[in-house]
Design a binder for this molecule. Structure first.
Ligand code: T1G
Ligand code: NAD
Length: 700
């Protein structure tokens, strides 16, 4: 096997080149290759050593696929110390993204240069880890404790200019990186430049209370997560301990993180998100259609946000509404969103103007005749949507992609309203559509492969995380949510207060409890959907009577200042409302429900296992391609904590046998109408298989 690392003497500079596509991850072979090349450089005529990478990026970190396997020498912390101890100056030349172990390698070099477009960062915290190869000890010494804490606890990269201003990058080079870096090496060698060892620097002390301030800020921002706090511990060591001791403390805490369920969950999410972009049976080079002009029908809550995504990605957009008044309302929402974005520093005034300039308004379908893609976002009514698609069929050019943003409706029926069902697909955005990252791509039975491939690639272009779903009522996310919502409202009518239900779920890690989410989305959305169904299909009345009564009292949620909670008009702070408690007790009595105390553990299990059980059915029916896709849907669309890995990963972490047993207990206590163990769960639990095993068996 040829090594992914090559070494050559270029005049009197030793050049170590790493070529391990796609992202030059620090696999064992790369570590061994760098180690051997460096050893050679110590012995040869080189006056300085250059570390550079081929392909699209500098080293983007340790090889995450090696985690959990027996570690092999050279270990990365030792390799970094070896680089720093080199008898000759070592220079890192950075392009693309120098991340994690990649930046730690650069930090152990004596000098760093980069192209202006480069980015550098320590994103380990996003994997539930901390920089484990000296980063927590070298970075504070080089740039100061506070910027180091910002970089490591956020995990966000900084651009080359910022890195240079921090002293992290010594030189920004224009033109060809290798040529410029070699010239710089010669210059350093010519002036016998010192080997600047970052480990020998002293980190500037921080003011009293700064570290405590960080701990409390992190406790709020990264609620429930362990790695960020351990990073603060390591930085504290960099301020108070000799380098070697700090490195030891870093190693101990790194291993604690590596063995934590949180890191296992976040590493699962890293790969699940990338897997979700792959469509079983469709190669990644599948042909695609060109999309430059996009039409949006309906400029309400969703249409306005959807329009911004495409304008932000540089495409021409036409927003079509039913009349001028409604159009003005839609464009006003867009203007407000851009104004808010500029205020929050998300984009500059000029960028906002340029994006807004790409959005034109219309009320005549002819304006969509040359669109490459049209996305419908009118009221959630099947007949209205079919009417709109019939008009699009008559207006749009052949080859245009026709998409619906419906939350629940049958995309096959909508497609059947046209003579070109192959060009019809579901593109289900989440509110607020210009912010939420999830995009459910609904593959209808006739959807053409190139339409699907085009939409998956487009999702990446508009910075969304796409997940493919088959056609069923509510697709993946909303279908499962129905079961989660049922249990939330049953827990309320059986005796828990809204605060207890939401408190239990938020303490467990959900970004927001279910009742508060219903208030945010608007209780009328669910009410209208139920009103559209015959009573017999609305499910267990105990699970919606309170919500219906609140809507009939015009308590629609945040938008009317009251729903399950009352909301402060200024701060939007929620508070409990005795009027709601009285209503709940009245409805419970009317439905003959005997109320009781509910433990938080029961609430958590009922809501999460309701999700898991329905997730199992969705997998069994092939609506979702793989368990990881469901996890991506819930983490990016429903505020499920990434450090819990999504509902399906969580079920595996708890153990399917235990989940199955708990669901059978609920079946005995609450009846099979709401609790029938999913056949797939029964099969896996009795076979002692995990979902991860099952997913592998499905691929092979
Ligand atoms: N290890 C293994 N595989 C990796 C990888 C890594 N570090 N990074 C990416 N890949 C794979 C990825 O799965 C995908 O595979 C392909 O490369 C392209 O990635 C001791 C312990 C670099 C910004 O966290 O953020 O160092 O799906 O689709 O959008 O302190 O990848 O094609 O089969 O994401 O252009 C720290 C992780 C590790 C960076 C490129 N490093 N990577 O984004 O491509 S922990 C990270 C990224 C560490 C040390 C610790 C991004 C990227 P496939 P992609 P992209
Ligand atoms: P909305 O009521 O805010 O907006 C709908 C817009 O469609 C209105 O502005 C209306 O004037 C316009 N409209 C109605 N009939 C039209 C027609 N024939 N031609 C052109 N415009 C027409 O609704 P919304 O919340 O934006 O929902 C739109 C769609 O998106 C629905 O299918 C809904 O289920 C789905 N959706 C909503 C959310 C959400 O959280 N609100 C999330 C995902 C998907």
């Amino acid at each position: 096997m040829t090594s992914p690392v090559s070494y050559e003497l270029v005049d009197d500079i030793g050049v170590i080149s790493v070529a391990n596509p796609p992202v030059n991850a620090l696999s064992h072979a790369v570590r061994q290759g760098i180690h051997d090349a460096l050893a050679a450089a110590q012995q040869d005529a080189s006056k300085a050593v250059l570390v550079i990478c081929e392909g699209r990026t500098f080293i983007a970190g340790a090889d995450i696929t090696e985690f959990g396997k027996p570690p092999r020498e050279p270990h990365l912390p030792d390799l970094c110390n070896t680089i720093e101890a080199s008898s000759k100056p070592v220079v890192a030349a950075i392009h693309g993204t120098a991340l994690g172990g990649g930046l730690e390698v650069a930090l152990s070099c004596h000098y760093r240069c980069a192209v202006p477009a480069a980015k550098v960062g320590l994103p380990e915290v996003k994997l539930g880890l901390l920089p484990g190869a000296g980063g927590t000890q070298r970075l504070p010494r080089l740039i100061g404790a506070t910027p180091a804490l910002d970089m490591m606890t956020s995990g966000n990269p900084v651009d080359a200019a910022r890195a240079a201003s921090l002293g992290l990058i010594d030189q920004l080079v224009d033109g060809d990186l290798r040529t410029a870096a070699l010239a710089w090496c010669r210059e350093l060698a010519a002036k016998d430049a010192p080997r600047r060892k970052t480990s020998e620097l002293t980190a500037d002390s921080v003011a009293e209370g700064v570290l405590e301030q960080y701990r409390s800020t992190i406790a709020k921002r990264a609620r429930g997560q362990v790695a960020p706090q351990k990073i603060v511990d390591c930085v504290e060591a960099s301020l108070t301990r000799p380098f070697a001791e700090g490195l030891q403390i870093e190693r101990e805490k790194f291993i604690e993180c590596m063995q934590s369920p949180q890191s296992a969950a976040l590493r699962h999410m890293f790969f699940a998100e990338r897997e979700a972009a792959k469509i079983q049976g469709l190669s990644k080079d599948s042909p695609q259609r060109d999309v430059n002009k996009v039409g949006i029908i309906g400029g309400g809550t969703m249409g306005s946000g959807i329009a911004m995504n495409f304008a932000n990605a540089g495409m021409q957009v036409v927003l079509l509404e039913i009349n001028d008044e409604a159009l003005a309302r839609g464009l006003a929402i867009i203007d407000r969103n851009y104004k808010g974005g500029v205020k929050r520093g998300k984009l500059s005034e000029d960028q906002a103007l340029a994006c807004r300039g790409r959005i034109a308004g219309a009320t005549d379908y002819q304006s969509l005749s040359d669109a490459d893609l049209v996305i419908e976002a009118v009221f959630e009514n099947l007949d209205l949507k079919k009417e709109v698609f019939a008009k699009l069929d008559a207006t749009c050019r052949q080859g245009a992609i026709l998409a619906t943003n419906t939350s629940y409706q049958d995309v096959d029926s909508i497609a059947a309203a046209t003579k070109r069902p192959r060009d019809v697909i579901g593109l289900h955005f989440f509110s607020p559509a210009h912010i939420m990252k999830l995009l459910e791509v609904v593959r209808a039975s006739a959807t053409a492969d190139d339409v699907l491939a085009t939409c998956m690639a487009l999702a990446k272009k508009i910075r969304k995380v796409p997940v493919v779903s088959g056609v069923c009522y509510g697709f993946i996310g909303n279908r499962m949510l129905g079961h989660y919502a049922r249990e939330a409202q049953l827990c309320v009518i059986e005796g828990a207060t809204p605060e207890q239900v939401d408190g239990a779920m938020e303490d467990w890690g959900m970004a927001m409890g279910p009742l508060a989410v219903f208030d945010l989305a608007g209780l009328d959305v669910g009410y209208k959907a139920r009103q559209g169904l015959p009573e017999a299909e609305r499910g267990d009345p105990r699970a919606y009577r309170v919500a219906d009564a609140l809507v009939e009292m015009n308590r629609l949620g945040q938008k009317t200042g009251a729903g399950f909670y009352r909301y402060d008009p200024e701060t939007r702070q929620r508070s409990s409302d005795p009027e709601v408690q009285a209503l709940i007790e009245r409805e419970a009595a009317a439905l003959g429900v005997e109320r009781r105390e509910l433990e938080a553990s029961e609430i958590v299990d009922r809501l999460l296992f309701a999700l898991v059980n329905e997730g199992m059915n969705i997998l069994d029916e092939g609506i979702a391609q793989r368990p990881g896709d469901i996890d991506v849907v819930y983490v990016y669309g429903y505020g499920f904590p990434a450090w819990r890995g999504g509902p399906m990963h969580y079920a595996d972490a708890v153990g399917l046998a235990q989940v199955h047993e708990r669901i059978r207990e609920f079946e005995r206590r609450f009846g099979s109408e709401n609790w029938t163990p999913a056949p797939l769960l029964e099969r896996l639990a009795s076979a002692g298989m995990t979902l991860a095993d099952w997913a592998k068996s499905q691929v092979n």
